[in-house]
Each structure stands twice: as structure tokens, then as C-alpha cells.
Design a protein around this ligand. Sequence first.
Ligand SMILES: C[S@@+](CC[C@H](N)C(=O)[O-])C[C@H]1O[C@@H](n2cnc3c(N)ncnc32)[C@H](O)[C@@H]1O
Ligand code: SF4
Length: 459
Amino acid sequence: MDFSLFKKYNIPGPRYTSYPTVPYWDTNPTSEQWISDLKLAIEDATAQNMGAAIYVHVPFCESLCTYCGCNTRITRNHAVANPYIDVLLKEFDLYRKKLAINGKLKLSELHLGGGTPTFLSPPELGRLLEGLLSQCELTPDHELSIEVDPRVTGNEHLAVLSRFGFNRISLGVQDFDPKVQEIVHRVQSVAQVRDITVNARTLGMSSVNYDLIYGLPFQSSDSIQNTIQKVIELKPDRIAFYSYAHVPWIKASQRRFTEADLPTGDEKRALYELGRNLLEEAGYFEIGMDHFALKTDSLYAAVQKNELHRNFMGYTARNVSPILALGVSAIGDSWNSFAQNEKLLETYQERVNKGEIPIQRGHLLNDEDLVLRRHILNLMTHLETAWSLKDDGTEYLAVVPSRLTELQKDGLVEVKTEDDEVHCQVTEKGRPFLRNICMAFDARLVRKAPETKLFSQTV
Ligand SMILES: C[S@@+](CC[C@H](N)C(=O)[O-])C[C@H]1O[C@@H](n2cnc3c(N)ncnc32)[C@H](O)[C@@H]1O
Ligand code: SF4
């Protein structure tokens, strides 16, 4: 490994789950604009015999993991669950009315994220799913998925999920090392993870994902090796091996450990390389950025068929659009526009209870955004993109080759121009720098470098 490159390119940068990235949204849609965009997108998907996706955000967690960057509400008071479910179902109802959906909504994907969706008790989870799915018609190839915390997920939860046909489950594992678990305030055993994995499979869930994080305090090559070996024994179908995003100016709880205990730069990258080598030896394939899948998983098939997609929920096996998002801070996507719900739980609940679509901010993509969104998505999923200098719709693309020159000199991308056609391919050496490569296409970032700290480090 050439560690000098990690020093050179380890700068703050977006993770590109969207383009434009959230801090650069500047054209808030009104509720009417958002609804009208979403309606068109749903009609379009239905006309093509595809369904929409629904994302539901459940913010509650019983305790705080100090590394966490998600939008959460920490509470042990389970009385908050039922009123929250009422509001989620009311929000869905508001959408159905405003979108004038008379029959059932055609649905290809439902994803429950958080926070911790299994903070809800099994009967509460059942009530939420009944309320949502009774108003939807599932497409034949639908995916129903959920993020679960093994510490608060029991067999009864899995039985409810199975009853509603959930076929994908994602477990927050993070790290198995006791010292790391203690410092990040997330202690859980291998047995807890194993039980859920085995039971989910017995109930017919075809894809089990584990979330792991590298770059946490006290992680070392020994601890990562042990964690990955245990993971390999449990053999999840997919693994997200996330780079720890250290953003203490946004998440104060990340100040609870000492920065000196964090592996950074090349030390941090070496942990990823070690994990990757072990996973590849065990039959996993690296997918896009920070993800792995077995050959039998649909994510691997998606790469082979050039159908891999990426959105706010991470990598998915196909492009399901639009996304109708329910819950506090949830982000919807009609492709031409984004809309994020109120981020404060009380404000979100109040607005829905008043009968309002609770969006707080969003972005209407202009022509340039739409073109650049496509190229950044191509890079994040297929590691290549191409355009015509003559007619690809945006002037900015003409300067992209010059912005790639340094990356090209360092062997991270190959850029070829023939007859006004430009082709940009990420090399194997360039894969760790995917975020940096996408930054060359990010016109908004290039035009206005952030004045305050916004993003985590790219490495
Ligand atoms: C909503 S949580 C998953 C479900 C459940 N709350 C749990 O933790 O088990 C989403 C995932 O985001 C990842 N994550 C959270 N904070 C992160 C950070 N600061 N950097 C990188 N990944 C992070 C973790 O891997 C976590 O599993
Ligand atoms: S990592 Fe999961 S369980 Fe921990 S605080 Fe974040 S959302 Fe909650």
C-alpha cells in the first residue's frame, strides 16, 4: 500500500448518498411542489410496472453508542412508541390523500431504519406494519428490510417480521472486541448476534447483513482480525464495513472518548485493508465503497448486471424510485427533488397532528444537478462514467478532466478522451479514494468550499 496517497487525499469530503449533498441543498420545495413531484414519480414508476419505496425512520434507542452519527432519541421510556406509530400512520394517510392514491400504493421496497426499529415491541411493530402494508400492493420482486440492534431484538420480533414477509435483515454489530465495545458504550455478545442470524434464516429471511465499523477507538489489527474472523464464522450474506465518521462538532457524544485513541489516516486505512483481505479470502466480494457480499447475494448479482444502486439507505440491488419517507428527519427522493422531514421529534409530531406534510427542507434539482447526480452515482456504483463533451447538458463537465489530472497522475483514475467522448474509470488503486474522485464532479463543492466543518475525512 502506498500510504503517502492516504496522507495526500485524507481530506474532509461527502459520502455521496445523494447529489447535491445535504449541506448544499438550496432550493427548498414547497409542500405542494414536493407532492406534485412525488406524484409524477409514483405515476411514472407505476406505468413501468414498478413500485415505489417507503423508508420509515424510528429514532428511538435504549442507550447511546458514543460513536453514533444517526438521528436518534435515547430513552428507556417505551410509552413513546405507540404515539409515534400513530403519527407515522397519520403521515402515511396524509400522503395517500394528497397524492390522491385511491386504491393501494404499488410498493417494491419497504425499509425500516433508525435509531432502532426493534425498540418497538413485537405487537407495536405488527401494528405499524399492518397499518402500512394493508394500504400497499407489493410487486412480485419486493424487498422488505429492517435494521435491528441484536441487544433489543427477540424471536417475537423476528416472528412478526416473518409474518409480514420480511426478506432482509441488517444487524448492527460494529465490533466484537470487549475493550472497543466498552469504550463506545455498546456491549453485545457473539451469541446475541448468532441467535438472530440463525433464527432469521430459519424463518426464511434470505439476506442477512452485518454493519461493522473500522476506525473506532482502541481498534487494532488484532482486534479487527478477531472481529472479522467471528463474522466469517457467522457468514452473513452482506457486510457494510463502514469508515467511522468522526464529526464531534455535530455529534457531541463523540467527544466522550479521547481522539488520541482513534486510529487515523494510514493506520485507519490499514484496518480496512486487513478486514478486506480476510473477507475476500473467505469468499466475499467488495462492492462499491465499504461493502461486501457473497456470490449468492443479490448485491453481487446487481454488480454483475450493472444494476447496483445507491441512495440514502446505502447500496441497493436495483434502482427503486421514488422514495416516500416517513418519520422524524426521514429524507424522501422523487429523483428531481429531495425533501427532509423536521429533525426535532416534537416539531415533527406537532406538524403531522395539524395535518401538515412535515417537510423542513429539501432541494429541487436543476439540470446541472441531474446530470452530475448521474455521474456521481455511476462512479459510486459502477466505478466508471462517460460523457460527451458536445452534448451532455452541462458546462461543468468540460472542466472535470482538468480536476481529475492530479488523481490521474497518481494512478487513481484513467481518463480517456476520444472524439469528444470522455471516459473515466476508477482503477483498483483508486477504489479507496472514490469519495475524492466524486468530489471532482461535485460542482457545488468546487464553487463554494465549506466555510465550516461539514464532512468527515475521506479516509
Ligand atoms: C441505525 S444504526 C443500525 C441499527 C441499530 N440502531 C444498531 O445500531 O444496531 C445504522 C448503522 O450506522 C452505522 N454508524 C452509526 N454511526 C456511525 C458513524 N459515526 N460512522 C460510521 N458508521 C456509523 C452503524 O454501523 C450502525 O449499525
Ligand atoms: S448505533 Fe444504533 S443503537 Fe447505537 S445509538 Fe446509533 S442508532 Fe442507536
